[in-house]
Design a protein around this ligand. Structure first.
Ligand SMILES: Cc1cc2nc3c(=O)[nH]c(=O)nc-3n(C[C@H](O)[C@H](O)[C@H](O)COP(=O)(O)OP(=O)(O)OC[C@H]3O[C@@H](n4cnc5c(N)ncnc54)[C@H](O)[C@@H]3O)c2cc1C
Length: 440
């Protein structure tokens, strides 16, 4: 009999298992994968994600083998912005969600999942959790309307049954736990991006670049093994035509978004195949019920045009492990602990506003005139640029940056500075061409 069985041993599962084991609970974590292994995911980690790793004593292990940065370069329609997530906003974020801002770092990195997830699994083992790799759960045990255990198969086909006080589904967006319990999805948003990426060596650039032009975007980020992760994304309704010729359309998109970066990638050596997905439709699921809890993508999935899934999975891990410890130690009734220490923060106003923000961005509409005015205005305002970057990655509340008084102030400045900007001379003609699918 375990206190908790965690299904899924990656960003949400291994970390929750580690934190619960550190609190002295008896934890079993199972995953049908074996480690090290990748998942269909890019792996850009914003400073709050890196801060969680630092809080848990794991960041140094990541940075030993992964390049990291404090500055990110965002280029929208050729308008460059450069900035960092401010320490003060990171502190406010950790205070808001966890009441404790220790371990803050302002670093970005892009760590391959085969590196990160293995490290997380090892940390769960070191903390005292029992980890079983290659173990596929295919049944939930239920008694009197409550989930009380799992049944599954080990790698050699042996059937095994285990019981626990709580079963945590950290089993990804197609969650087995959610499907088995027939949990509803709600607030679904079907409009999303397609994303294709690969790994290239020999690119002489050690900075992080995220560019948008029209309805397309790219990411170029140094990662492990001396390679760069190169990503192209766009509206999912263009995905099927993009997919007809991935290598050709990938390069075509790079050249369109940034001819300079397109040239750098062309001059490098592609080291792996292309990876990709056409479907990143967003949804929420209920967070807990009798004997079960969900965390990470199983609980909430959103488009990854802002690359926040891993950081949010880490946030879930801290919140849910605190709640479970309170409930299972008897300090609070379990349901009350999950409601107050997990659900109310995970589904509060700040998190809901960000969900909506990302779902709107994921439609990949062409930029509007006011978007461009904002980017031009931000160029002369490093402090607001930093706050904009912090808002994009969900460190600063969306409502703060986009509050009316701030936007009025920025656009007043914008009116003066932007009217001269060459982008507005050709904007109307250009923006019409953005609506056509370039891959058709
Ligand atoms: C295209 C794309 C790009 C992304 N890019 C980024 C990015 O740049 N930055 C970022 O922060 N996030 C990114 N994400 C999001 C990120 O990948 C997820 O948010 C994150 O992996 C969620 O972690 P998780 O632990 O909840 O689930 P997962 O990583 O999906 O892990 C779930 C685990 O559960 C296991 N499992 C499932 N069912 C069973 C079962 N029945 N029995 C046993 N084991 C089971 C699986 O084997 C898997 O190992 C991206 C996602 C996509 C799709």
């Amino acid at each position: 009999m375990f206190d908790i069985i965690v299904i899924g041993a990656r960003c949400a599962g291994a970390t929750t298992a580690m934190l619960l084991a550190r609190k002295g609970l008896k934890v079993l974590v199972v995953d049908r994968s074996t480690f090290p292994s990748d998942v269909i995911s890019t792996h850009f980690l914003w400073p709050h994600g890196a801060s969680y790793l630092n809080r848990w004593g794991l960041l140094d292990r990541v940075l030993e083998v992964t390049p990291s940065h404090t500055v990110v370069n965002l280029v929208n329609e050729g308008i460059p912005l450069e900035g960092t997530v401010p320490e003060e906003l990171l502190r406010q974020y950790f205070q808001l969600f966890h009441g404790d801002d220790s371990g803050i770092v302002q670093r970005y990195c892009s760590v391959r999942r085969r590196v990160l997830d293995k490290l997380l699994v090892d940390a769960a083992v070191e903390a005292g959790a029992e980890v079983r790799e290659g173990f596929a759960v295919d049944e939930l045990l239920e008694e009197d309307g409550r989930v009380v255990g799992i049944r599954g198969r080990t790698r050699d086909g042996t059937r095994v049954e285990e019981r626990a006080r709580v079963i945590l589904g950290a089993d990804g967006r197609n969650s087995f736990v959610a499907r088995t319990l027939r949990l509803p999805k709600f607030d679904e948003r079907l409009k999303c991006t397609f994303a294709y990426w690969t790994y290239v060596s020999g690119i002489p650039l050690d900075t992080v670049h995220i560019h948008r032009r029209g309805r397309l975007g790219l990411g170029l980020v140094p990662t492990n093994f001396g390679q760069h992760m190169v990503l192209v994304f766009g509206p999912s309704e263009w995905g099927t035509t993009f997919r007809r010729d991935v290598p050709g359309n990938f390069q075509k998109a790079l050249d369109f978004i940034s001819p300079e970066l397109g040239e750098l990638v062309r001059g490098g050596q592609r080291e792996e195949r292309f990876y990709g997905t056409l479907d990143q439709a967003a949804f929420l699921r209920p967070l807990f019920g009798p004997g079960w809890v969900l965390a990470g993508d199983a609980a909430c999935f959103r488009d990854q045009c802002t690359a926040t899934g891993m950081s949010h999975a880490f946030r879930d891990a801290e919140l849910v492990s605190t709640a479970l410890e309170e409930g299972l130690s008897g300090r609070k009734p379990l349901e009350e602990a999950l409601k107050s220490s997990y659900e109310s923060r995970r589904r509060g106003q700040v998190a809901s506003a960000y969900y909506d923000f990302v779902c709107t961005l994921a439609e990949m509409r062409p930029p509007r005139h006011d978007d461009l005015s904002l980017y031009v205005a931000l160029r002369s305002n490093p402090q607001e640029t930093n706050r904009f970057i912090a808002t994009m990655c969900d460190v600063a509340p969306v409502a703060d940056f986009f509050q009316a008084s701030n936007i009025f102030l920025l656009t007043d400045v914008a009116k003066e500075s932007s009217s001269q900007h060459p982008i507005f001379e050709r904007f109307e003609a250009t923006s019409r061409t953005y609506l056509q699918n370039p891959f058709a």
